[in-house]
Design a protein around this ligand. Sequence first.
Ligand SMILES: [Zn+2]
Length: 266
Amino acid sequence: MLYAEPRVPNLNAKELAAYLADLCSWATVELREEFTAFWLGRLSEAEQDRAVARLAMAWAEARLGPAGRRETPPLPMEVRYEEKRLLDPTSSAMGLLYDGLAVMAALRELIAAGERTRQHLHLVLTNQLLATPDPGGRYHCRVALFGYPCLLSASGAVEGPAKPRAYYLAKQQARLSGIVAAELAAYGAVDAQAYLDYGDARLTAVLKGYAAQAVAYHLTGEPFCADRGCRLFNAHWQEEMLFAQLTSPYEFCPTHQEFFCRGSLS
Ligand SMILES: [Zn+2]
């Protein structure tokens, strides 16, 4: 089950679903509307109100502060903000950082029991920024969160993997000399092709590999591959991500090529 995210215009869920259907010919791929709208739509009106209230509270609680998880409960206006955002499929509100695992747990509650099985891979596309902590407790933005359901973040593909060092250097220099960061690429200071930006036409193609990682995770427990040219490579830099997903001469390493043919590891 792949859930669309209409809030990201440059993310083509249909193309992504067709890719998965082609890649996993042994599975049935179903493209659904946006995750929250889909599952709320299956509840009675009274149940819907309760589910929205619970979900808005969970998102507000998952909101991260500068030091990570916040000690204090969310303010009523923060909960209202989430409620409004959840119910508005055209809302482009974003920029806040959330605890991805807390969001995942809240979304899991929405999935009907009959579909909460090993047979069902739920792959949720979102425009929100999701983070998980490193062993030191510092939160980092992620492109993909593997669990139940699996989450793919469009903004995470922009903000997660680190940009080329030249970008940060140029940004710092621009701040000193007063040039707006967005103008940097135009100044030729940084190659805009070297990293993914908001509205980037390459987003759908990049997320195909992360969707493939979710499939591998769901079936084997291991989403990643050590081969830098394989779409299952765990990229920490934008350049690594773009190479594994777009410019590598092959899509998958031989092991994963075979994995997707058979639907299991040999
Ligand atoms: Zn591989």
